[in-house]
Design a protein around this ligand. Structure first.
Ligand code: NAD
Length: 454
């Protein structure tokens, strides 16, 4: 498997891929070793993960360079991601005892009732490339903390980072046969589905997630899916500081080149604020520096996958043929590497691909609406349900709109945000199950009820 630098289109290195038999060997060793790891105390496992977090801190510069070299995001955004992962780990470590330790529910003469959170066993984590540290940490850290062994398949676009993660976990004290990585692409992922893991935890596209869910169903084990989104955002008429809202939401749409599961993907603006908002938004987008992700001050780096350029071109062509107006951007940037101009479309309608299909790139459609009811109808019109955002001066008004949207997260006066304390979950095509929060810590366990008489 060749690892390509998307910023230069050059080959970085080549790696041998795993196949069914190497994966089976890795699985067998994980299965054999897992009970010993589960028998360690929770505080021993917490210490190991704390050391992993320290290694992320000390290695941040080299790790950020590796990440940028294979996914093309600006170096500062790679550093931000590693720091973000450390913040999530910090929350998990601080809360592990509270949510994973035994819970005494009843303690009276002659009867004790206790819940014990037992590990699932050996879990399989098939992961995405857009934030390999963040989406990886959501899964393999609580899985390890709760006593599981883990087979981690990084995306084929972030394998070098996956290898670094494995090295650091081992250096921190995770035993050799408690964490293995599976190297490869689609075929390697598919081969993992043929093995009898005790749980599957997937981050990626709806299409692959649906395939995995169907394939795993007959195994009767937990299967969680964190999938894509078409996240809507509404700017109401009472927003006082339209300039800040426009600048903040432009970042929400274009950070990491729009390659975030919770990127703002559709914007609806009340007619009263529309002209002002659009003006600031487009000025902001035009001000960004695009180019080599290792250069200072670059905000828009390279797209990770060359194929995404075709998706974006197709969405723009479709929108323009149906009457949209192109305000800036609109095409790939010529030369080596996979670059695309940040693109803003207006006069869009919800029947355009750019308002229905996940774009996962630096492109946004902005629509004028006349009131909250129209905004709500437009926001609801999607197969996805990851996040939704409302900007208004009035919290009650925001919560009223958010409560009517079938999404896993609701934002008031913010967007494109994840908190370790809150469940990260999708509805409809955006997924099943939750990571992060106490739910995400317990997602890798099976509760057992002990009824103790005596
Ligand atoms: P993808 O579905 O193409 O690939 C994800 C993983 O699945 C990769 O490791 C890939 O090798 C593997 N895979 C592909 N085909 C497979 C198959 N048939 N069987 C088993 N494994 C297979 O997704 P991607 O391009 O890596 O990630 C982008 C998608 O992930 C976007 O839709 C994004 O919104 C979503 N995402 C969601 C979240 C979330 O938290 N909800 C977070 C990050 C990314």
């Amino acid at each position: 498997m060749q690892i390509i630098n998307p910023a230069t289109a050059e080959i970085i290195t080549s790696l041998a891929e795993d196949n069914s038999s190497t994966l089976q060997i890795k699985f067998d060793t994980l299965k054999k070793a897992q009970p010993q790891w589960a028998n360690k105390t929770l505080s021993e496992r917490i210490s190991v993960i704390a050391r992993f977090s320290d290694l992320l801190e000390t290695g941040i510069e080299e790790l950020a360079l590796v990440l940028t070299s294979e996914v093309g995001k600006p170096l500062q955004q790679s550093r931000n991601e590693i720091n973000g992962a450390r913040a999530r780990i910090k929350w998990m470590l601080a809360n592990a005892e509270k949510y994973l330790a035994d819970e005494i529910m009843t303690d009276e003469p002659g009867l004790k009732e206790i819940i014990k959170y037992e590990p699932l066993g050996v879990v399989c984590n098939i992961s995405a490339w857009n934030y390999p540290y963040l989406v990886g940490v959501n899964v393999f850290i609580p899985a390890l903390l709760s006593g599981n062994a883990v087979m981690y398949k990084p995306s084929e676009y972030s394998t070098l980072t996956g290898i670094e993660i494995e090295k650091m976990l081992k250096k921190a004290g995770v035993p050799d046969d408690i964490f293995h990585i599976a190297i490869g692409a689609k075929e390697t992922g598919a081969a993992l589905l043929e093995i009898d893991f005790n749980g599957y935890f997937f981050t990626g596209s709806y299409k692959t997630g649906k395939f995995i869910y169907e394939k795993v169903a007959s195994k009767m084990v937990p299967c969680q899916l964190e999938l894509g989104g078409k996240d809507p955002l509404y700017i109401a008429d009472d927003v006082a500081d339209v300039t800040s809202a426009a600048i903040g939401t432009a970042d929400g749409a274009f950070y990491n080149n729009g390659q975030s599961c919770c990127s703002v993907e559709r914007i609806y603006v009340h007619e009263k604020n529309y002209d002002n908002y659009l003006n600031v938004f487009v000025t902001e987008v035009k001000s960004w520096k695009t180019g080599q992700p290792t250069s200072d001050g670059v905000y828009i780096g390279a797209l990770t996958r060359k194929e995404q350029i075709l998706v974006l071109e197709n969405q723009i062509k479709d929108a323009l043929s149906k009457g949209a107006t192109l305000l800036t951007g609109g095409k790939a940037i010529a030369g080596k590497g996979y670059y695309f101009e940040p693109t803003v479309l207006t006069d869009v309608t919800n029947d355009m691909l750019v308002m229905q299909e996940e774009s996962f790139g630096p492109i946004i459609g902005i629509m004028k609406v006349k009131d909250d009811a129209e905004a709500l109808n437009m926001m609801k019109d999607t197969d996805y349900g990851l996040t939704a955002s409302v900007y208004t001066a009035d919290q009650v008004r925001a919560e009223k709109i958010l409560s009517q949207l079938d999404s896993g997260s609701g934002y008031w006066n913010c967007c494109d945000r994840v908190s370790a304390a809150l469940p990260w979950s999708g509805r409809k095509y955006s997924g099943i199950g939750a990571t992060l929060s106490h739910q995400g810590l317990r997602a890798f366990t099976k509760p057992k009820g002990y009824h103790l008489r005596g």
